[in-house]
Design a protein around this ligand. Structure first.
Ligand SMILES: *Cc1c(COP(=O)(O)O)cnc(C)c1O
Length: 489
């Protein structure tokens, strides 16, 4: 029997590329909610490839088989669409990447692509690492990057320890991220990228992205934004000039709390002073098929499908949780035992006016409830308890309904004390520049009725020293990290 020949497969791929492109065009013309629900998974895809399954199937298979050696050769040469091996690609991952690329590019007319990763930290690591490569023309150059200090604790450690300390790649710190002159003064010819988190976790730092992105482009370097707290339902940095968005999909995108996942979404033809045309042309795709193939930070199909499922209701969920958070923030702001409330939605917040420009509930002007653009500020906030560290801990320990955990973005209200948890490793000095005092409590309000959340906070702020739960004896679950946890009881 004669083989089909490689060209047979290449031609077939060109034909299916047409209907894929047509499907994408149709999806781009839809509203945000429709894209969230359907993503790139069409009826045609369901009928042709997935036995009609109306929900994106979870492809747990490690790898894909080929009809013959010609098809295999075309696939592994990336001449036809293939998923070949799940470290590189997989249909379930592809459905997640497809919907996130569409949502981050929504309404901008800018073409975007996405690569999903095993966690938000893996997304940040693979996005920034691509720019921290040795320049063959200048191998002794001491590279630097310019980034805000008010960062998620894991990002702070990745920058301070893994890059700056361990690899001598200088992190130039922007303490006040809303001061464009600070950004400008820190950039030189050895700068590889600008990086900012907005709104920041937990401090709600915020900056004028449009200006900072323009500054990056003046210097021929990319602007990278961690927009985990906002999600594309409230802010899409690419439309404001960012080149790359990193997301901890784990958080508000995957609100159910069932998985860990991350994503990098990039614009096509981004700006960079690195001589690598493939990287600049389609950054996310480049990461996916080259560095991430070799370094292996990819997402599992299980987590991808869990992500897809939660994203379907993103907009209405972010609306609801933002409204609940606003109500809770207003309650706390008026409470005599509270020193300060940090929430961008409050008029008292110094960055409120700036935040209004960027944080808008997508498609609210087409929502019959609103009929105009409305601002929504997400469900992360923080507050400082009067009386210092111990008073904050006592109040925290009295919460009955709000879960004590180092987590956020959940459908359930969750709180933590960043100084002793998410931001403990960066030490006192690191917390000082990041503005994380010991009496700061981070609260992420869920979808409960806000009055019940307020009641819980109210009793916790009032009650006389009573903890809600007795501390158990040695009967911890075997799921713990180490026996050392037991010694502290
Ligand atoms: C949690 C978080 C991350 C890290 O994400 P993981 O999925 O936990 O690795 C990064 N940035 C922000 C803003 C976060 O809240």
């Amino acid at each position: 029997m004669k083989n089909n020949g490689k060209q047979y497969y290449v031609d077939a791929a060109a034909r299916s590329a047409e209907w894929h492109a047509e499907n994408l065009r149709k999806m781009r013309a839809c509203r945000f909610d429709t894209i969230s629900v359907h993503g790139v998974y069409s009826m045609q895809e369901a009928l042709d490839f997935n036995q009609g399954s109306i929900i994106e199937p979870m492809y747990m298979s490690t790898s894909q088989t080929y009809r013959d050696s010609d098809e295999m050769e075309a696939a592994l040469g990336y001449e036809i669409p293939t998923w070949c091996y799940s470290r590189i690609a997989n249909p379930s991952m592809y459905y997640l990447e497809g919907v996130l690329a569409l949502l981050e590019g929504y309404g901008s007319g800018i073409e975007t692509s996405c690569v999903a990763t095993s966690s938000g930290m893996a997304a940040i690591q693979s996005a920034v690492e691509a720019f921290l490569v040795v320049d063959p023309a200048n191998p002794d150059q001491k590279m630097n990057f310019v980034a805000t200090c008010q960062l998620y604790g894991g990002t702070f450690q990745q920058f301070a320890i893994r890059k700056d300390q361990e690899r001598n790649i200088e992190w130039r710190k922007v303490v006040n991220s809303n001061d464009i002159d600070t950004w400008r003064s820190l950039i030189d010819e050895n700068t590889r990228f600008l990086y900012g988190e907005m709104p920041s976790n937990p401090g709600q730092a915020f900056f004028d992205l449009e200006k900072v992105a323009a500054l990056a482009h003046e210097h021929n370097i990319p602007m990278i934004v961690d927009a985990t707290v906002a999600t594309p339902a409230l802010m899409r940095p690419i439309e404001w000039g960012a080149d790359i968005v990193v997301q901890s999909v784990t958080k508000s995108l995957m609100t159910s709390g069932f998985g860990i996942a991350g994503a990098i979404i990039s614009r096509k033809n981004l700006t960079s002073n690195i001589d690598n045309d493939a990287m600049k042309a389609d950054f996310a795709m480049y990461l996916k098929i080259l560095p991430n193939r070799d370094n292996g930070p990819s997402i599992s199909p299980m987590n991808a499908v869990l992500g897809i499922n939660d994203i379907r209701t993103l907009r209405s969920r972010m609306d609801l949780c933002s409204r609940n958070t606003m109500k809770v923030a207003q309650f706390l702001e008026g409470h005599p035992n509270i020193e300060q409330v940090d929430y961008l939605g409050l008029e008292s917040h110094p960055l409120h006016e700036l935040a209004k420009k960027y944080l808008v509930l997508v498609d609210s002007e087409y929502d019959e409830l609103y009929g105009k653009k409305v601002n929504r500020y997400g469900h992360l906030m923080s507050f400082r308890v009067k009386g210092g560290a111990q008073a904050a801990r006592d109040m925290f320990d009295r919460m009955q309904r709000i879960w004590r955990a180092t987590d956020l973005g959940r459908i359930k209200s969750v709180a933590t004390i960043p100084a002793i948890s998410t931001h403990s490793q960066q030490g006192e000095e690191g917390r000082e520049i990041a503005d994380i005092p010991l009496n700061l409590i981070r609260l992420c309000v869920g979808a409960e009725h806000p009055d019940d959340v307020i009641d819980d906070l109210d009793q916790a702020l009032r009650a006389e020293g009573k903890k809600s739960f007795h501390v158990p004896g040695p009967e911890y679950s075997a799921g713990g990290a180490s026996s050392a946890t037991l010694d502290r009881s």
